[in-house]
Design a protein around this ligand. Structure first.
Ligand code: SF4
Length: 237
């Protein structure tokens, strides 16, 4: 089995022949390196309850976490419940979030979902994928982040960054984010998913950026792919 330490050897003893690791072996090494690199990890989006977490995740689509935090730090001290956003109305929400990309669409979603939470969910954010994904502006990725960071439910939110790294690390065939989610869930233990999602994001930001692959210098690839000579090209999501 792959967890036999001997199978991790990169060379056949005696023959000096290179052995290619399989994806399960690579996943195990990656998990170990990420746990060592990021033993504790901070949730990058600031929020003060599950509702504001939902709003922040929704705002973060096509926008950096830093930008979202800069905007929400002026909003959340005063507005942090569905009723606050319903009272504000769509136009005022637009004004508050206008520094964020596609703010009109996002304001409409925030206003509509706040109304739905009041009318259908007793002012609370529902804690199932099914109900979350019915809310305006909430897709599977947003629902996964809320389930994981808001409710502690094991989930593996896959954005384009995680998709890129999973391809570069040979953990997925790279067809699309749905396939990547299935592959990563199959390769990593359930209890690691919530933290791992953030660890991969942090590794991507620090070492494995969208336009740059250093090919030979990172710990993960130099361990999993010692024979790799060129930077990796990423297929589109
Ligand atoms: S070598 Fe390239 S693909 Fe591998 S982790 Fe580093 S930047 Fe990413």
């Amino acid at each position: 089995m792959v967890n036999d330490k001997k199978n991790w050897s990169l060379f056949n003893e005696g023959s000096n022949e290179f052995q290619i690791m399989n994806e399960i072996q690579r996943a195990k090494i990656i998990l170990k390196i990420l746990n060592k690199t990021y033993p504790t990890i901070k949730v990058p989006l600031k929020s003060r309850n599950v509702f504001t977490l939902l709003i922040s995740v929704l705002l973060s689509a096509q926008c950096t976490d830093v930008n979202v935090n800069n905007v929400t730090k002026k909003i959340y001290p005063k507005y942090y419940k569905p009723k606050h956003f319903v009272k504000l109305g769509q136009k005022k929400i637009e004004k508050l979030i206008k520094k964020i990309g596609i703010f009109r669409i996002k304001a409409k979603s925030i206003y509509s979902l706040s109304k739905i939470l009041i009318g259908k969910h007793g002012n609370k954010v529902p804690n199932t994928f099914e109900e979350l994904e019915k809310l305006p502006g909430v897709g599977h990725k947003t629902a996964s982040v809320v389930m994981s960071q808001g409710f502690g439910h094991p989930a593996f939110a896959i954005d384009t960054h995680i998709h890129r790294l999973a391809q570069r690390w040979g953990l997925t065939s790279g067809k699309n984010v749905i396939q990547t989610e299935k592959d990563l869930k199959r390769l990593f233990p359930k209890k690691s998913w919530n933290k791992l999602h953030l660890q991969i994001i942090y590794y991507g930001r620090e070492y494995c950026k969208a336009r740059d692959c250093y090919g030979l210098t990172c710990k993960i690839c130099s361990t999993c792919y010692p024979n790799r000579k060129k930077p990796v090209k990423t297929k589109k999501a």
